[in-house]
Structure formats: C-alpha cells, structure tokens
Design a protein around this ligand. Structure first.
Ligand SMILES: NC(=O)c1ccc[n+]([C@@H]2O[C@H](COP(=O)([O-])OP(=O)(O)OC[C@H]3O[C@@H](n4cnc5c(N)ncnc54)[C@H](OP(=O)(O)O)[C@@H]3O)[C@@H](O)[C@H]2O)c1
Length: 250
C-alpha cells in the first residue's frame, strides 16, 4: 500500500520509513529539511513541506491509502501548537480528499491510568515532568487527540510510554488505552505503527504500546528526552567584561 509518513526525518520517522518499506509498502515521506540524507531510497519518495500546510499535505497525500504521523515537538515553556495545528490540517485534507486511515502518535502520559508497580519516587518524577517540563506539550497532544477523535476518519492514536533508543532486540505489545511498563523503544513504536496498517481492531481507538523485555527508568528517560535537550538549547550566559578592563564599573 502507498503510505504517507509525516515526521519522516525524525528519530522514529526514519525507523518507521525503513520498516514500512521492509514490510512491502511504498512510502511517501514528508520532511521540512532540504537535506533528507538517508531518507530516500528504494520504495521511498521524499517530499519537502510542512505538515501544517494544507497544500503541502495535498501533495504528499495524493494517492496514499494510509497516513501515519510521528510528528513531534520539543518540550517548551511556550505554548506548543505542532500537534493540534498539524492535526487540524491533516484531518481537513483527509476529510475532503484522502484516505480514511490515519495513525497518529501521542503519549501514554495522557492516560489517567498509572502502572501500579511504579514506585512512589517514579510517580513523583512523572507528575513533576507532566506539570512542569511537559505541560504545554501534553496540552497540545490532548488537543490533537480531540481533533482526530472527532474527525470521522478511521483513526488510531498510538500512545508510547517513555520513548527511548534501544540497541538490543526488543519485543513489544499493544493494548487499548493503557499498558504496564516504563518505556517504548522507537523501533518498537515504528513496528507497532506498521502493524496497525494490517489490522482493524484499533480503528477509532487509542493503542498504548510498550517494549516488554527491556526498559529504561522513568527518571533516566525524562533526563535524556526532556531535560538534557533543553539544557543544550539554553543560550550561553553573556560574556563577562574582564575585571578592570575598558567599560568595567569603577
Ligand atoms: N520523547 C518522548 O519520550 C516521547 C514520549 C511519548 C511520545 N512521544 C511522541 O512520539 C513521536 C515520535 O517522537 P521522536 O522523538 O521520534 O520524534 P522527533 O525525533 O522529535 O521527530 C519529530 C519530527 O517531526 C517533524 N515535524 C515537526 N513539526 C513538523 C511540521 N510542521 N512539518 C513537518 N515535520 C514536522 C520534525 O521535523 P524537523 O526536524 O523539521 O523539526 C521531526 O523530524 C512524537 O509524536 C513524540 O511527541 C515522545
């Protein structure tokens, strides 16, 4: 089947594109980058564009039989609009002229369910992460879920646990609404999305996906995925004038 991948140049997007081709699909990949290094190849056509732009979406969706999205935004104190903005554009274009099958990616944090095997410290770390580091991002994921759920399309919302890169070969499981565990490897999320294209039992449902045989602690995931990238993006403090040099206060 011809599958459009949105967010194709991201970390999950690249794995997903490759796995779709291995599974025998033809891929049309959308990216905002000029240099889509490593993305194009046998079975994949790369199209440059923005997933919040309806004209770009029309080009990348033309003739597709399914659309899968692993679009993502960075954690930020500012209001995040990536998820809701793209969801509005995608559902508008699909509703008017496109395939009905849509798989989007959200997060397990949006579920009210918490794994009872979590320790008190893990719960506290998770609550702080939701309320402080990720509040604006998760608010926008919730808006995206609402837009998709009321779209009338054949949607599935994927909710991975803490996303990580794992080298070891892993196993994964999917369940409606929530699933026990600590993490989901990006490769497993990609595999679970590919799997959704050949099944209908999660249509108009939320599918929680977890890696079942390996895990990374909640605090380590939050550090790697949320805190460390923010520290890297922080502007360097202004250089101090040398003591006693020109312009220094007397
Ligand atoms: N990190 C976690 O712990 C976690 C947990 C649960 C769920 N998730 C979700 O899982 C999904 C995959 O995560 P990931 O870490 O693999 O993603 P990622 O590496 O951050 O990639 C996200 C991709 O989305 C693209 N994108 C964003 N807005 C776009 C737009 N308007 N048009 C076109 N492309 C756009 C980005 O492109 P640019 O390179 O051009 O910016 C980037 O390539 C995301 O939805 C994420 O929110 C993450």
């Amino acid at each position: 089947m011809l599958v459009t991948v949105l967010g194709a140049s991201g970390r999950t997007g690249r794995l997903l594109t490759r796995q779709l081709v291995y599974a025998g699909h033809e891929v049309r990949a959308l990216t905002r980058h000029h240099d889509a290094a490593g993305l194009s190849g046998v079975g994949t056509t790369v199209i440059r564009g923005d997933a919040s732009n309806e004209d770009d979406l029309r080009r990348v969706l033309k003739g597709a039989q399914a659309v899968v999205s692993v679009l993502g935004a960075q954690y930020s104190r500012e209001q995040v609009r990536t998820y809701s903005g793209t969801a509005r554009a995608i559902t508008a274009v699909l509703g008017a002229d496109g395939p009905a099958r849509l798989v989007v990616t959200s997060s397990a944090i949006l579920s009210a369910w918490r794994d009872p095997t979590m320790t008190w410290t893990e719960r506290l770390v998770l609550t702080r992460a939701v309320e402080r580091v990720g509040a604006t991002l998760y608010d926008d994921m919730r808006r995206m879920e609402d837009i998709v759920a009321t779209s009338g399309l054949d949607w599935t919302v994927m909710r991975p646990l803490g996303l990580t890169d794992m080298d070891a070969s892993t196993r994964w499981a999917v369940a409606e609404d929530h699933i026990p565990g600590r993490s989901t490897s990006r490769r497993d999320l990609a595999a679970a999305i590919v799997d959704q294209l050949s099944r209908t039992d999660f249509v108009r449902k939320t599918a929680a996906v977890a890696t079942t045989n390996e895990s990374v602690g909640i605090a380590a995931t939050i550090w790697r995925e949320a805190v460390r990238p923010r520290l890297r993006r922080s502007p360097a403090p202004p250089a101090r004038a040398p003591r006693g040099g020109a312009g220094s206060p007397r």
